[in-house]
Design a protein around this ligand. Structure first.
Ligand code: GDP
Length: 444
């Protein structure tokens, strides 16, 4: 998610970090890039405008404090503003109230509504230990009803028996009744979608809402549809009233503008994201993580969590400490590269690794991901211990020797060193940032 945006902002950051002070011209140049990047990420124009205005205002007013580069200042401001726009953490499904808690799912056909209903049912059953009943209200497509029933059987979660000839509101009432009688904690209503936004769908949803009085009305929206998804959210919110949004197909979304726009336009929180076709591919939405990813600083929180399952804790602590002190050397980088291949999907991790996000497109285009990593490891392996610890001693003759040793061109060595430098810089920033140093930048 957000690869293009992170590349752009990464570019701005690189240029700004080479300057001495933050001038109005710097800020304007940066904001032009931010604006362009956001537009390309399919963020709506209004949202882009208000976002860059806010950032600009703060950036020009801010004094660049000692030990911090102008680039870091801007990044911090953009980072904070992204989080503010995306909303606070911890907006989850509201399960408080007299059971059965009713959750109504709305959205266009094909948005992933039925799949998301099953995903949510599974999560509520397995993680929250609730007894869940699912009901399909899609009377127009018997196949959709059957789809939910099949998912229910697979997951061992009850679905309301299908009765022909009932209206959606009647099915909703029957589901609530069954929920009460059967001692269910949660009733999920999967409503019918249409292929386009139309009045009938809206009024049907409004009728169901009036009949079922749900605790939550969740819009399921396909993040790949960008602006259309934003308009959809706005209309549903005006006509039916939403309590939250579930963004699906985030796994395939390279632009991600929908998340930013939807939140800003509707004011409704994105509560969950769908990250795959399987019923366990549902995650909480973390604005802070997304903001980190947007900035190309890597999603360190997620990365660390994933890595924790694979790396031994002591090693991780050592690396973190080194990162914090800015001592991330080529040995550490080699370690990280190997971890990436070990953890299977390089591409999944790519977006989270500081600095690496930038290379993702080239890598994907060449279809070479794991091979590139192996090559980089080979380059590092051709270096002496001294060189790995102190990459700055690598001048032309050493580079030629290493290149020959690894069977690569000198160009490869330079690329690797550049990547290492940006990883080291960003890691240092993020490592300290985890203890509030991103905030600390302003106060230092
Ligand atoms: P509905 O018509 O809105 O009920 O849509 P479905 O639930 O039938 O989903 C349509 C297709 O999207 C199915 O093939 C799903 O497997 C797929 N799908 C749903 N959510 C996601 C997601 O988060 N990521 C991916 N990659 N596919 C998804």
């Amino acid at each position: 998610m957000f690869d293009n945006l992170s590349e752009r902002l990464g570019g701005i950051l690189d240029r700004l970090t080479r300057r001495g002070a933050l001038t109005e011209a710097d800020v304007d140049a940066a904001m032009r890039e931010v604006r362009r990047a956001l537009l390309e990420a399919d963020v709506s124009l209004d949202v882009v405008r208000s976002f860059t205005d806010k950032v600009r205002e703060q950036a020009i007013g801010a004094t660049v404090v000692k030990s911090v580069t102008p680039g870091q200042m801007v990044v911090k401001i953009v980072h904070d503003e992204l989080i503010a726009t995306l909303g606070a953490d911890g907006q989850t499904i509201d399960l408080n109230g007299v059971p059965p808690i009713t959750i109504m799912m709305v959205g266009l056909q094909g948005s992933g509504k039925t799949t998301t209903t099953a995903k949510l049912a599974r999560r509520l059953t397995e993680r929250d230990k609730r007894k869940v009943l699912m009901a399909s209200l899609d009377i127009y497509r018997p196949a959709a009803m059957e789809q939910l029933a099949v998912l229910g059987r697979d997951l061992d979660i009850q679905t309301l028996p299908i009765l022909a000839g009932q209206k959606p509101e009647q099915i909703a009432r029957r589901a609530l009744e069954a929920g009460k009688l059967g001692g269910y904690d949660v009733v999920l209503l999967d409503t019918a979608g249409r292929t386009t936004l139309d009045n009938e769908m809206m009024s049907e949803a409004a009728n169901i809402k009036a009949a079922a009085r749900p605790h939550e009305v969740l819009l399921v929206a396909d993040s790949l549809t960008g602006q259309d998804a934003v308009n959809l959210a706005r209309s549903f919110d005006e006509r039916v009233g939403l309590t939250g949004i579930v963004l699906t197909r985030v796994d395939g979304d390279g632009r991600g503008g929908a998340a930013l726009s939807m939140r800003q336009v509707t004011g409704k929180p994105i509560k969950l994201i769908g990250t795959g076709e399987k019923t366990d591919a549902l995650e909480d939405f973390h604005p802070s993580r997304i903001a980190g990813r947007i900035l190309g600083m890597g999603d360190v929180v997620t990365l660390v969590e994933k890595a924790a399952a694979n790396i031994d804790a002591e090693k991780a602590a050592r690396t973190t400490e080194k990162m914090r002190k800015g001592q991330f050397d080529l040995n550490d980088m080699r370690e990280q590269l190997l971890q990436m291949t070990k953890m299977g999907g390089v591409s999944g991790l790519m977006g989270m690794m500081p600095g690496v996000a930038k290379m993702k497109n080239q890598i994907a285009a060449a279809g070479l991901d794991d091979r590139i990593i192996k090559r980089q490891v080979a380059v590092i392996d051709s270096m002496t211990r001294q060189e790995r610890k102190h990459p700055d001693i690598l001048k032309a003759s050493r580079k030629r020797r290493i290149a020959a040793g690894a069977g690569q061109k000198v160009e490869e060595i330079n690329k690797l060193l550049k990547m290492h430098r940006s990883m080291a810089d960003m890691m240092k920033m993020m490592a300290t940032g985890k203890r509030g140093a991103l905030a600390g930048i302003a106060q230092a």
